[in-house]
Design a protein around this ligand. Structure first.
Ligand SMILES: [Zn+2]
Length: 58
C-alpha cells in the first residue's frame, strides 16, 4: 500500500535527495550523508545494480 505521495515516489540514479531511501528491487537502505548539506546523489544499487529507489518510511 502506498503510504502517501512522498513514500510512493520513485527516484532514479542521479537524483539529488535528502533522507533515507530503499532500493526498489532488494530493499537495501541508503541514507544521505551529514556533509554536503545532507544531499545524496542516488547511485546504482551496490547490491543488485538496480537504478530505482523509493523514499523510506522514516
Ligand atoms: Zn538493490
Amino acid at each position: 500500500m502506498p503510504q502517501g505521495p512522498d513514500e510512493s515516489q520513485v527516484l532514479t540514479i542521479g537524483d539529488e535527495v535528502t533522507g533515507a531511501f530503499r532500493c526498489a528491487e532488494c530493499d537495501l537502505l541508503v541514507t544521505s550523508p551529514a556533509e554536503n548539506d545532507g544531499i545524496l546523489v542516488l547511485p546504482p544499487c551496490p547490491l543488485c545494480h538496480s537504478g530505482t529507489w523509493r523514499r523510506a518510511g522514516v
